[in-house]
Structure formats: structure tokens, C-alpha cells
Design a protein around this ligand. Structure first.
Ligand code: AP5
Ligand code: MG
Length: 189
């Protein structure tokens, strides 16, 4: 299966991904993790990306699209993948659809993790990632609302969106995620 997780910063995409990749048996593709690895490696793309990330802004589409298309072409992605944090803009979503369509496959479902802002801020303050500074976090939330939230409508119109309440324990939320996966599976049959 090919599943996309969408949610604001701190919504629990990474937390639910860990559980979901085990259930689905597909690789976990987190563009945030991939970019942090590039930045650590000190590649020119990584250094460029790190600047945007430190400001809470999105990394330019061409860099992201190149990185994800390379990864999707690897053999372990043949049977499916879990996309965490990609796509994040309409051009990214359209490029992904084109890319998959050329291989006669498509996204099976999109899960939105909806979490109120005050809870996101609480989670961010309890963690210590470099971009978890309060001012940067505000920018990350703003980037989500402006550039990524429109994707919810894009996938709803394709009939692929499942919106899930992301409040509660991680295990409680995973039960809702599993129910959404079951609905996606039923639709494929
Ligand atoms: P990315 O790494 O994707 O970060 P993010 O979207 O800001 O989200 P987080 O990873 O912070 O949160 P999450 O939703 O994974 O939640 P988590 O499970 O960690 O992106 C970073 C940057 O890279 C972006 O700002 C951008 O610059 C760039 N980038 C990435 N992809 C891009 C793209 N496609 N295009 C352009 N730029 C891109 O949980 C958060 C915390 O809450 C954790 O401490 C966790 O333990 C805790 N928690 C989780 N679940 C619960 C729960 N149920 N109850 C209480 N606490 C919980
Ligand atoms: Mg994450």
C-alpha cells in the first residue's frame, strides 16, 4: 500500500509511522529525516536545506521532488511505502501523482492527524529538536497552514482522505489509524 500521513508539526506523524510501517511492511519515507541526514552529511543540498529548516520554512520543491523520486525508484518501494511529511505543497502532490501514474499505480489513502495548536506547542516544548524553538515552531505551523493544509482538499476531492483526531495516547490514535487503513483496503478490493 501507498499511504500518506499529513499533519502539522508535532502531530505525531513520526510516532504513528513507526507503528504503521510494521503493520504494512513497507519502508518509512520521512522527508524531514532524509533532509536531516543530508544536512549531517554536509552535502550542498543538505546545507541549503538546513537553512530553510532552521527558519521553519519549507525546502524548495525541486530539491524535495528529486530526493523523493530517487528514493521511490529503489527496489524496497516497489510494493508500497509510507510517506511521512511528503507531499507538503500542491506542486509536490501533483508531481507525485504524475510519477505514480507513469507506473500505473497510485496513492491508496491519505491520513490526516488533526491536533489543536495548544497541544502541538506542549509537545514541541517537551522535545529538543533543533527546530523546536518557539519562534521557529510558529513558522512551521504557519508553513503548514498556508502551503500544506490545501492538500487536504486536494485528496478529499480524490476521495482518499481520512481525517483522524490526533489527541489521546499514541496507541489510541493508532487504533484509529488502523481503522482508516482497513477502509482503504476495502476500497481496493
Ligand atoms: P519534519 O521532520 O517532517 O517535521 P514536522 O512536520 O515539523 O513534524 P515533526 O517531525 O516535528 O512532528 P511529527 O508529526 O512527526 O510528530 P512526532 O511523532 O515527532 O520536517 C522538518 C522540516 O523539514 C520542515 O519544517 C521543512 O523545513 C522540511 N521538510 C520536510 N519535508 C518537506 C517537504 N515535503 N517539503 C518541503 N520541506 C520539507 O511527535 C512530536 C512529539 O510529540 C514527540 O516528542 C512525540 O513523542 C510526542 N507525541 C507523539 N504522539 C503523541 C501523543 N499521542 N501524545 C503526546 N505526545 C505525543
Ligand atoms: Mg516527524
Amino acid at each position: 500500500m501507498r499511504i500518506i500521513l499529513i499533519g502539522p508539526p508535532g502531530a505525531g506523524k513520526g510516532t504513528q509511522s513507526q507503528r504503521l510501517v510494521e503493520l504494512l511492511g513497507v519502508p518509512h519515507l520521512s522527508t524531514g529525516e532524509m533532509l536531516r541526514a543530508e544536512a549531517r552529511a554536509g552535502t550542498p543540498a543538505g546545507i541549503e536545506a538546513a537553512k530553510a529548516m532552521a527558519r521553519g520554512q519549507l525546502v524548495p520543491d525541486p530539491m524535495i521532488v528529486a530526493m523523493v523520486s530517487r528514493r521511490l525508484a529503489e527496489p524496497d518501494c516497489r510494493e508500497g511505502c509510507l510517506l511521512d511529511g511528503f507531499p507538503r505543497t500542491l506542486p509536490q502532490a501533483e508531481t507525485l501523482d504524475d510519477l505514480l501514474e507513469r507506473r500505473a499505480i497510485s496513492v491508496d489513502g491519505v491520513i490526516e492527524l488533526a491536533v489543536p495548536r495548544d497541544e502541538l506547542v506542549r509537545r514541541m516544548l517537551a522535545r529538543k529538536r533543533a527546530d523546536d524553538d518557539p519562534a521557529v515552531f510558529e513558522e512551521r505551523i504557519a508553513s503548514f497552514e498556508k502551503q500544506t493544509a490545501p492538500l487536504l482538499d486536494y485528496y478529499a476531492r480524490q476521495g482518499k482522505l481520512a481525517s483522524i483526531a490526533g489527541l489521546g495516547t499514541a496507541d489510541e490514535i493508532f487504533e484509529r489509524v488502523k481503522a482508516a487503513i482497513e477502509r482503504f483496503r476495502a476500497r481496493r478490493r
